[in-house]
Design a protein around this ligand. Structure first.
Ligand code: ADP
Ligand code: ADP
Length: 238
């Protein structure tokens, strides 16, 4: 199993119990949509996997590594195996597409536009390959703030892929996009996962979109899993 969550529980300091002992397994290469109403705990679940949010109890095991017990340095290494894609893209506005993408290799973004020229040639080539794949190779030198929403999300996807992850953690990737662009982005994420054998947890509140693109759907409600099955068996009350 690529990812195993056992008894994953999160209580925020405010007292909110966002996850109540969630058990979940994600096999290698499986793309899974996580659905549920606002406040169900979807975002908390995704963030507990890479410990952007610290779980209160329970465990997260990625490919044999117990993520929950890791110290800072080991956690940094483990996080490289988990690419994160955000709703608001989280690009650095005044850096170019190429610079944003290459920052995925480092896990942080440098201050000057010129630093990226010192990247190994194979990193730059890989960046070009991926940007070509998502239809953005003509925009490498454009600043992030000059891009459309769909283009920004494609940059966010490429940046995550530059880590060469085993798992993508995708938090509401289409929430800021129009319906047509949303479908394009979901299709792209799915195709890339298939091509590269990546697993993904895609947190998405749009049930129709989830059903259209993900074979496995997990429904979360008030911090508990209330549905886990194929998209075709999803019933309206989930
Ligand atoms: P979803 O992503 O499904 O909308 P969240 O994981 O964002 O759900 O939230 C689950 C619950 O945890 C909600 O009750 C929310 O108010 C609470 N919550 C989320 N983040 C925080 C936080 N940083 N501090 C306190 N409570 C939080
Ligand atoms: P928008 O301005 O609506 O955000 P996009 O930036 O998403 O538009 O798309 C701009 C153009 O790029 C569209 O014509 C779209 O069909 C095309 N496009 C979208 N995804 C891809 C892709 N994966 N590969 C190549 N071209 C794409």
């Amino acid at each position: 199993m690529l990812l195993t969550l056992s008894g994953l529980t999160k209580r925020y300091p405010t007292g909110d119990l966002a996850l109540k002992g969630v058990n979940l397994e994600v096999p290698k290469g499986q793309v899974m949509a996580l659905i549920g109403p606002s406040g169900a705990g979807k975002s908390t679940l995704i963030r507990c996997v890479n410990r952007l949010v610290e779980p209160t109890s329970g465990s997260v095991v990625l490919d044999g590594t117990e993520i929950t017990g890791l110290g800072a340095a080991a956690l940094r290494r483990a996080r490289r195996r988990m690419g994160m894609i955000f709703q608001e893209y989280a690009l650095v506005e005044r850096l170019t597409v190429m610079e944003n993408v290459l920052s995925g290799r480092l896990g942080y973004v440098g201050f000057w536009s010129s630093w990226f020229r010192r990247f190994p040639r194979r990193d730059v080539e890989e960046a070009f390959r991926l940007l070509h794949r998502v239809g953005l190779d003509h925009m490498v030198d454009k600043r992030a703030d000059a891009l459309s929403g769909g283009q920004r999300q494609r940059v966010g996807i490429v940046r995550a892929l530059m880590q060469d992850p085993q798992l993508l953690l995708v938090d509401e990737p289409t929430a800021s996009l129009d319906p047509k662009t949303s479908r394009q982005i979901m299709r792209l994420i799915l195709e890339l996962c298939e091509e590269r054998g990546l697993a993904a947890i895609i947190n998405i509140h749009d049930v129709a979109l989830a059903q259209q693109f993900a074979r496995r759907i997990v429904g979360l409600r008030a911090g508990e899993i209330v549905f886990d099955g194929p998209a075709t068996e999803l019933t309206p009350e989930v």
